[in-house]
Design a protein around this ligand. Structure first.
Ligand code: ZN
Ligand code: FE
Length: 260
């Protein structure tokens, strides 16, 4: 378990399954102990025990099983409140509170904002608490989720929404996919110095068996191939070498289809 101090809460990062991360948000000024995307109930239970606190909320970013499998057992054990996108109410086990994109709400003392990040799934949402972003499978370290339900255009809109967050926003995504993603990034963005530095840094981090997550919005904007289309020079260069139009959406589409 790795822990990170934020203004009025701590975030605990729990590895689960092969490459998932589950996050616990432990408020410092109220009783809230919330979990984001509990892939595995027993891992969450162990962490709650260690913290000596009951689980109060489950927040789901989307309905996929590796993000919701723990819902039922945790609900049973803690009688916690389950929040998820209204759009996916039927697909999220034990949902109590159906939330809408762009909605803001309080979790005890903690203010939460919701962003629509549809694409990977149609109802995919992200949760923003102060400078912490929980984006599930919408944005990864140096990558983004495969588009199972949405359109390329919708996914590009979603990524642009995330890119508008403050540069120092911490990106707590749901999988440790960074190193394989960086291999693709290097292939399509070979001259990017920030990318080279990140590859060096994240490779070291993984060798020491530490997470490359959280990263930040500024790191992702500088190195994530699926946010690089925000940079006009990158678009021009990429479009030229791939013989496509240099609009950001075109470049994003080509990158997403090339990665497969
Ligand atoms: Zn997913
Ligand atoms: Fe996932």
């Amino acid at each position: 378990m790795w822990s990170y101090q934020h203004s009025t809460f701590q975030i605990h990062q729990l590895p689960a399954l092969n490459d998932n991360y589950i996050y616990l948000i432990e408020a410092t000024t109220c009783d809230v102990l919330a979990v984001i995307d509990p892939a595995d109930a027993s891992i969450v239970n162990q962490a709650c025990q260690k913290l000596g606190k009951p689980l109060t909320h489950i927040l789901n970013t989307h309905h996929h099983w590796d993000h919701t499998d723990g819902n039922q057992a945790l609900k049973q054990r803690w009688n916690c409140t389950v929040l998820g996108a209204a759009h996916d109410a039927e697909r999220i086990p034990c949902i109590d509170v159906k939330v809408l994109p762009e909605q803001a709400f309080q979790l005890g003392d903690l203010a939460v904002n919701i962003l629509d990040v549809g694409g990977h799934t149609l109802g995919h949402i992200a949760y923003v608490l102060d400078d912490a972003l929980f984006c599930g499978d919408a944005l990864f370290g140096a990558g983004c989720g495969r588009i199972f339900e949405g359109t390329l255009e919708q996914t590009w809109q979603s990524l642009q929404r995330l890119a508008q967050l403050d540069d120092d926003t911490k990106v707590y995504c749901a999988h440790e996919y960074t190193l394989p993603n960086l291999r693709f990034a290097r292939a399509v963005d070979a001259n990017n110095e920030a990318l080279k530095a990140r590859i060096h840094r994240d490779t070291q981090t993984r060798m020491q068996q530490n997470p490359t997550i959280p990263s930040t919005i500024s790191i992702e904007k500088a190195t994530n191939p699926f946010l690089r289309p925000l940079d006009a020079d990158f678009c021009t260069e990429y479009a030229q070498s791939n013989h496509i139009d240099d609009t950001a959406l075109n470049v994003f589409t080509h990158l997403r289809q090339t990665k497969g």
